[in-house]
Ligand binder design. Structure first.
Ligand SMILES: C[S@@+](CC[C@H](N)C(=O)[O-])C[C@H]1O[C@@H](n2cnc3c(N)ncnc32)[C@H](O)[C@@H]1O
Length: 542
């Protein structure tokens, strides 16, 4: 196995004796792993002075960034906190900015993402099973493993600060155990650990990628199925020789889950445009005519964003909405529907486009507080209603265009929520299936003959994308599946593998966007009855 390049400066070196495995930590107390730590050496004045010097060197006394990262991990574990909400609040509360804030962010996000890989390494380095290690100590070990295996932080600093953190958050008796485990972690680099702990790639490619990229195996299988690579390695399959290499795109998709999403802005049609966003420092988006990329910085620094004339919105989300507006529906547009509108990203864009073309958007959401967010997002004549999209408050056939951006597992936005992959389960996907089917059927019923429907998810999982559309359309001859990739012809590589070739699937590794799915459907033209054009009822938010 290869050794870490930094190992020479690391835990085994002279300067780190105090963190050395086997020395007495506070007089032979039990450590956090429950084993006796130490060999009974006295901690004399000379050593204490050395320790103080050590602490000054490594800056361990003032290490608020690691403490914040630890608190994010603990809150995520104990109360399902969202790192992307908690972290900014903690940074503000502790007054962390600049390098400290960047370190706290990197440590919390990176550790949450890499958790499965780090757990496997820690298990290999500990005499105790992971579930026998006190949870706060496990969090400290994960943080330490991340620093050792995935950052440029020197091994000495990574181990010493982790030992210090363990003392602070889990008691002095845990220091020896943390020190010992992390010293073993530091003996190899990440690649060497993966070679040692992950299943063999050729024999079990899904299992190998799950450990290498720290994803639950079922998500690796879902990505590979969506990408059409599942033929070589379905869930639990023993794959044929060479199958591992054949999962190359699945691997790219998993790797992209660790990438930091760029901030994309969307100008509200009629209120702002790309030129204004570009003048404020953003870069004009590749595909969306309303999009612009913000390279770092606070979106609120952009005047149009501050004033509600632009907002943060993933480019694929913009394009899914734009695709719906491009379908030829025969007669002039009058009324559009966003069936599941909260918090209002697509509704904001669609309301602007509808108004520009003389039409009006109705935006619905079942949850009143989500509907209120939509109300705040949309402008002009758009109507916002609190309504259950499966029991519509409008007459069938009322709308020229309908978007059903249904509740889903969110597997397409793992980049945004580092902990999300551990919170989801196949049961979540299965549990949403019935609602997704009812909402799509309802969207089709709401569209007039000749009208268009966009079915959208922020997930590439076949169970909530192609399977839903196939089930809802089974036995119906009044709906045409449009060629969504052709409607978005400017965007390359959108086509789903056959037999789903008329559906579009965005991917972070291909498009730099969330993995958003789009099916574009059209009701076959037919006579329009008076009953099709009744008023829209429902509880409105204004
Ligand atoms: C994926 S989000 C929609 C995102 C939104 N289109 C956007 O671009 O900001 C799904 C929304 O569907 C709403 N929802 C869930 N069940 C619903 C139902 N039966 N009828 C209407 N809305 C529903 C949820 O409250 C949630 O706000």
């Amino acid at each position: 196995m290869a050794r870490r390049a930094t190992a020479g400066r690391g835990p085994g070196s002279q300067g780190n004796q105090r963190a050395g495995e086997g020395r007495k930590d506070g007089g032979g107390r039990k450590d956090g792993g429950g084993r006796k730590d130490g060999g009974g050496r006295k901690d004399g004045e000379g050593q204490r002075a050395g320790r103080r010097q050590d602490e000054r060197r490594s800056g361990r006394r003032a290490d608020p960034a690691r403490l914040v990262a630890f608190e994010v991990l603990r809150a995520s574990r104990e109360r399902d906190a969202y790192a992307n909400l908690l972290l900014p609040a903690l940074l503000r509360e502790r007054g962390l900015t600049g390098r400290d804030a960047a370190l706290a962010t990197e440590l919390s996000y990176g550790t949450l993402r890499g958790q499965a890989t780090y757990d496997a390494v820690i298990a290999a380095c500990s005499t105790r099973g992971l579930d026998q290690i006190d949870p706060p100590v496990r969090d400290v070990l994960r943080l330490g493993a991340h620093q050792l295996l995935a950052t440029r932080i020197g091994a000495h600093a990574a181990v010493a600060t982790s030992v210090d953190l363990a003392r602070k958050v889990a008691g002095p008796g845990t220091a020896g155990f943390v020190n010992a485990v992390l010293r073993r972690v530091a003996t190899h680099d990440l690649e060497a650990w993966i070679a040692a702990i992950a299943p063999d790639r050729a024999a079990d490619p899904l299992g190998h990628l799950a450990v290498r990229y720290s994803h639950p195996r079922w998500i690796v299988a879902a990505y590979s199925e969506s990408l059409g690579e599942d033929g070589v390695a379905g869930p639990g399959d023993a794959a044929p020789a060479g199958a591992g290499a054949a999962l190359a795109e699945t691997e790219a998709a998993l790797a992209a889950s660790a990438s930091r999403p760029s901030v994309t802005l969307c100008a509200v049609p009629g209120l702002a445009d790309q030129a204004e966003l570009a003048a404020d420092g953003a870069e004009i988006a590749r595909w969306s005519a309303f999009g612009a990329y913000l390279q770092g910085g606070d979106p609120a620094a952009v005047a149009a964003v501050r004033q509600g004339r632009a907002a943060v919105q993933d480019e694929a989300s913009q394009l899914a909405a734009l695709a719906l507006t491009r379908v030829d529906v025969g007669t002039p547009d009058r009324l559009w529907l966003d069936l599941c509108a909260g918090p209002g990203g697509k509704a904001r864009l669609l309301a602007g486009l509808a108004a520009r073309g003389g039409a009006r958007l109705v935006a619905a959401d079942i949850r009143p507080h989500r509907a209120r967010l939509v109300r705040a997002a949309v402008t002009g004549a758009a109507g916002v209603v609190v309504a259950d999209g499966t029991a519509p408050a409008w007459r069938p056939g009322s709308f020229d265009r309908v978007i059903a951006d249904v509740p889903c597992s969110g597997l397409g936005a793992l980049r945004r929520r580092p902990e999300a992959r551990w919170r989801k389960s196949p049961a979540d996907v299965a549990g949403l299936g019935a609602l997704q089917r009812r909402l799509l059927a309802s969207a089709l019923a709401a569209a007039r003959p000749g009208g268009a429907v966009a079915y959208v998810t922020c997930s590439p999982h076949v169970g909530e994308t192609r399977a839903v559309v196939a089930d809802v359309l089974a036995g119906r001859d009044d709906v045409v599946v449009l060629d969504a990739p052709a409607v978005l012809a400017e965007v390359p590589d959108l086509r789903c593998p056959e037999p789903g070739g008329r559906y579009a699937q965005f991917w972070p590794h291909r498009h730099g966007t969330d993995a958003i799915f789009l099916a574009l459907l059209q009701r076959r033209p037919g006579p329009r009855s008076a009953a099709d054009t009744g008023p829209v009822a429902g509880r409105t938010t204004r």
